[in-house]
Design a protein around this ligand. Structure first.
Ligand code: URA
Length: 211
């Protein structure tokens, strides 16, 4: 089966079997978007209002910022896959609970095992702690926060696949705290460097466009 077919059947499996109160309140499952064969996977936190309405991750304001930065380093949705820790929206966009992370992340792991990315960019605290905690909700407390880890490079292994991880500030954080914009842009350049990509402008120009 192709990755598209495998991901479609995983999505259906979540719809059929995930037992989580978030599901009852949600409009849609928000499973993932982008290229199912991508080398780079971005993992966010949880769907917001627009994502819940459309059933697509990162289509709201934070998503627009993510699109701009991807474009700046020459990437499109054809090059990346984007998904979240939680597959259903928490009410009023509250933080994910431990129980929700525990019930949703086995599906995220299955999603990653299908895609087999070479690079994971974790967006914000939740995905950073989950991935760098060895894909285990139980280890999340032992991992430093995003303000310490953003823009650094780590190696993890999942099911025998070696993956480079780059934690990046969540684009929504930048909307609330514009001073993070510079860090966010710098983190993308770290990733572009790891990928061997040349940003559309020189790094200095790329940065000045976003500051
Ligand atoms: N924030 C996230 O973490 N994920 C989305 O899909 C949208 C906003």
């Amino acid at each position: 089966m192709s990755n598209i077919e495998l991901l479609d059947s995983l999505k259906q499996q979540i719809i059929d079997e995930l037992n989580c109160p978030l599901k009852d309140a949600a409009t849609n499952i928000v499973f993932g978007k982008g290229n199912p064969d991508a080398d780079i996977v971005f993992i966010g936190e949880a769907p917001g209002e627009q994502e819940d309405l459309q059933g697509i991750p990162f289509v709201g304001r934070a998503g627009k910022e993510l699109d701009k930065l991807l474009n700046q380093i020459g990437l499109t949705l054809d090059d990346v896959y984007i998904c979240n820790i939680l597959k259903y929206r928490p009410p009023k966009n509250r933080d994910p609970s431990v129980d929700e992370i525990k019930s949703h992340t086995p599906y995220l792991i299955d999603q990653l095992k299908i895609i087999k990315p070479k690079i994971i960019a974790t967006l914000g605290n939740y995905s950073t702690k989950f991935v760098l905690g060895g894909f285990s909700p139980d280890n999340m407390k032992t991992v430093n926060g995003i303000s310490v880890l953003h823009g650094t490079k780590h190696d993890v292994s999942l099911d025998g696949i070696s993956i480079t991880v780059v934690p990046i500030y969540h684009p929504a954080a930048m909307l609330y705290n514009p001073r993070l914009r510079e860090s966010f842009t710098q983190d993308f350049l770290v990733m572009a460097n790891i990928l061997g990509l040349t940003p559309k402008n020189s790094p200095q120009n790329a940065l000045s466009n976003f500051m």
